[in-house]
Design a protein around this ligand. Structure first.
Ligand SMILES: Nc1nc2c(ncn2[C@@H]2O[C@H](COP(=O)(O)OP(=O)(O)O)[C@@H](O)[C@H]2O)c(=O)[nH]1
Ligand SMILES: [Mg+2]
Length: 312
């Protein structure tokens, strides 16, 4: 018998607890995004030493319809200084915190960020850890939407300045990308943004048939290690994850940095040739190129010395 699509939809969304994990670089606006969802200052924000989230934390709220939304805020897993061990440790912690599994991953990028190599690698790392299927659970959250407004630009216009691979990422998530302004004092706007985000969350849950992510991943690992204690299992998972993160981090980071150096060099050449190019534009490009070149040289050196990857 064919399922009635309306009943189907209702059944699929009838989960009582929704677990959302927020990942991204330090300062991208993860904690502020968590606070926007929960409508209170549940997580410390600021990006300063005191306000940086050191370890994954879970805070929850109850929606009008009685469902619970849990938000798990994480430290800067995709920062250049975060080691593969810390990433693995935090991922295991997140999965333990999300008892009913992870329903949605919010991958937070700041629209004000200029160096986005780490951001590109972060998607690859997520895929390498959880498998390609994780992509179906990811919503891209672009914070600092106020910056876009102040520039009077649409997202489409704005991202034309992003490196091609980052543009491709945003385009590939097309209907799962949301722009947020976490600082707005306009209550109507705040309400509208959260509603929009939660309907995207709902869309992802429905799209995944109401199945949470970690259940499958951990069930598989558990099966393989039957008979082990929980601590031993966690240790095994951490070890496995550390190796995956380390491997992917090294190879992707090198590839992406090389790609970015080439793109910036080409752009700089074009800007120099173009009559309409501004001095400021060229200065920024040169600055970006120098930073990216340094990062590229650094990662090549580390790789040659056989160091563990601390860049994601
Ligand atoms: N203007 C603006 N600032 C934001 C926005 N989201 C976050 N911030 C600020 O960016 C800084 C870092 O945010 P935080 O949430 O602590 O980043 P985290 O390290 O990723 O958790 C804080 O000063 C926030 O107030 C936004 O949408 N617009
Ligand atoms: Mg934080």
């Amino acid at each position: 018998m064919e399922a009635d699509p309306i009943i189907d939809w209702k059944l699929k969304t009838e989960i009582n607890t929704i677990n959302i994990v927020i990942v991204g670089r330090t300062g991208s606006g993860k904690s502020a995004t968590g606070n926007s969802i929960l409508k209170r200052e549940a997580f410390l924000t600021g990006g300063g030493v005191v306000a940086v989230t050191c370890s994954s934390e879970l805070r929850g709220t109850i929606l009008n319809d009685g469902r619970i939304v849990n938000v798990i805020d994480t430290p800067g897993l995709f920062d250049s200084s975060t080691s593969a061990e810390v990433i693995s440790e935090e991922i295991v912690k997140c999965i333990n915190l999300a008892k009913d599994g992870i329903h949605v991953v919010l991958m937070v990028f700041s629209l004000q960020s200029r160096f986005i190599t780490e951001e590109k690698v972060s998607i690859e790392i997520m895929k390498s850890i959880f498998g390609d299927k994780i992509v179906d659970y990811i919503i891209i959250v672009l914070t600092h939407g106020d910056f876009l407004e102040s520039q009077k630009k649409s997202l489409k216009d704005y991202i034309t300045h992003f490196p091609e691979s980052m543009r491709n990422i945003i385009q590939s998530f097309k209907n799962r990308v949301i722009v947020l302004d976490n600082t707005t004092k306009d209550m109507i706007k705040r309400e509208k943004q959260v509603k929009e985000l939660l309907s995207l969350v709902e869309y992802v849950i429905v799209d995944n048939g109401g199945q949470s992510y970690s259940n499958k991943f951990f069930a598989e690992l558990k099966e393989a290690k039957e008979g082990c204690s929980k601590e031993k299992l966690s240790d095994d998972v951490k070890k496995h994850l550390t190796e995956r993160v380390d491997e992917t981090g090294k190879s992707y980071m090198e590839r992406f940095l090389k790609e970015q150096v080439e793109q910036l060099e080409a752009k700089l050449r074009d800007e120099r040739l173009g009559r309409e190019s501004q001095g400021e534009e060229i200065r920024k490009l040169k600055e970006d190129l120098n930073v990216t070149r340094r990062q590229y040289e650094e990662i090549k050196k580390r790789k040659a010395k056989g160091h563990r990857c601390s860049i994601l």
